[in-house]
Design a protein around this ligand. Sequence first.
Ligand SMILES: Nc1nc2c(c(=O)[nH]1)N[C@@H](CN(C=O)c1ccc(C(=O)N[C@@H](CCC(=O)O)C(=O)O)cc1)CN2
Length: 285
Amino acid sequence: MPSACQVLDGRTLATQVRSEVAARVARRCAAGASVPGLAVVLVGEDPASQVYVRHKIAACEQVGMRSLSHRLSAGVSETELLMLIEQLNADPAVHGILVQLPLPAHIDVRRVIGRIAPGKDVDGFHPENLGRLAAGVPGLRPCTPKGCMRLLASAGVDPCGKLAVVVGASTIVGRPMALELLKAEATVLVAHKQTCDLPQLVRQADILVVATGVPGLIRGDWIKPGAVVLDVGITRLADGRLTGDVQFETASARASWITPVPGGVGPMTIACLLENTLEAAEASA
Ligand SMILES: Nc1nc2c(c(=O)[nH]1)N[C@@H](CN(C=O)c1ccc(C(=O)N[C@@H](CCC(=O)O)C(=O)O)cc1)CN2
């Protein structure tokens, strides 16, 4: 990697964000307010989801928050899951609710997310919160795009006036990422992994965000010299290693900043979840 390219270290920034959250939680509790509570709902036994849920619960403990874990079997009915969400919506000790994704195929994810009270939707996936982001008004913001914006700010990268390309248009990452960048006054193009002439599009990007789940989709020679590259993709290879959607070695020969996988965007997702839970608790008081 040439000395001109710098690695955007998500682990270090996430540690900072977590310490700030821990300090705010301690101040809140010392002032007599309730301990922020996060309900974590896991349906089924997807191994990656189990790991993420474990990390989220451990992260809550580390910053002094309470976590309430709800593990449901893969065969649970949608009605039962919706009933649990209603219970959590009504529970004053629960300030944040997250349903770990993906859900089994027989459950309608939109119906489930749509049932979470918007003020407790700490993932920021409810249509009301996505609408708030689209309108540019305050609300709970999806954690991964929020983490990406923090990473850009930490590198001193202002999106205003830059051309940003977002590859991948999921509700979790791509769409809210595009809205975050628009709000920050970037010119934003959203592409899919199957967009024709993807290399041509990527070559124009001053800021490139990739979230497709296709390992190594983006080749280094597609990167505009000096571009800032945020790689959201995480795939576990057969040999157990984690890899991103961007070919790191060759991309870092051209980029000015790049996130590694692991240790880039991923840790910021959980740090921003903690921050959202604290914000939800503060707004409920
Ligand atoms: N309800 C939600 N479901 C999912 C979300 C989400 O934000 N809310 N995002 C992803 C998974 N995810 C959080 O749930 C997540 C992914 C990756 C990481 C992370 O820290 N990755 C590490 C590597 C971890 C490892 O060793 O496996 C890294 O990149 O360094 C955190 C959270 C889908 N579902």
